[in-house]
Design a protein around this ligand. Sequence first.
Ligand code: GLP
Length: 241
Amino acid sequence: MKILILDTAEAAQERAAEMISEAIRERSRTVLGLATGGTMLPVYERLVACHRAGKLSFSGVTTFNLDEYVGLAPSHPQSYRSYMNRVLFSQVDIDLQRTHLPRGDARDPEAEAARYEATIAQCGGLDLQLLGIGHNGHIGFNEPTSSLKSRTRIKTLTRETREANSRYFRADEHIPSLAITMGVGTILDARGCLLLAVGAGKAAPVAAMVEGPLAAVCPASALQLHPKATVILDRAAAQDL
Ligand code: GLP
């Protein structure tokens, strides 16, 4: 694991955006794995700014997001499809047909998970997977005790995760309790992984990921097995290292 510690959250997010831009410039037909969450918003803002400045084209890029809530249609404002369309896809020159997220409203979510996993393989696998980390050490929606060899499947969200994500939902809205998520094994198959974490709230899971034992109780610790994993942190997220 290569650990980069930047002074501020902004500098960390800038560095992550640079790494993604470099991957796209190196290989115009890059297959990117993308993540959602608050941490990633400034990263996508920077990528959009780079595109607007004429320095970055997404025209050959294929994307696969980590996860989606079960039960939410793509048009639901809190779906991860809506998030991605809003913050990145509608702002750059990407071919929407090449942007993939699991369908949260699929009639058979298990079949949808299998289809998603197969589509990643058909596209030749992921060149670079962008990751955030949950307060409980999850990556994607691989909650603690997820098998380190898991593939894309349905996971039940912990109460902690539902609480953390409730800020995006209206008070009267139901917060989904299930998600379709790439598995830990799916993520480890990416040729490169880039995990970004900022803020003191992420210091404990970051320490468990980097210095703790390799263990299913901290799914992010599986990155210790990856031959090409980069972790970008600000000082606050790195304070327990
Ligand atoms: C969700 C996503 C994760 C993300 C996490 C952290 O649970 N499924 O992929 O890493 O949130 O989000 P934030 O960046 O808002 O802390």
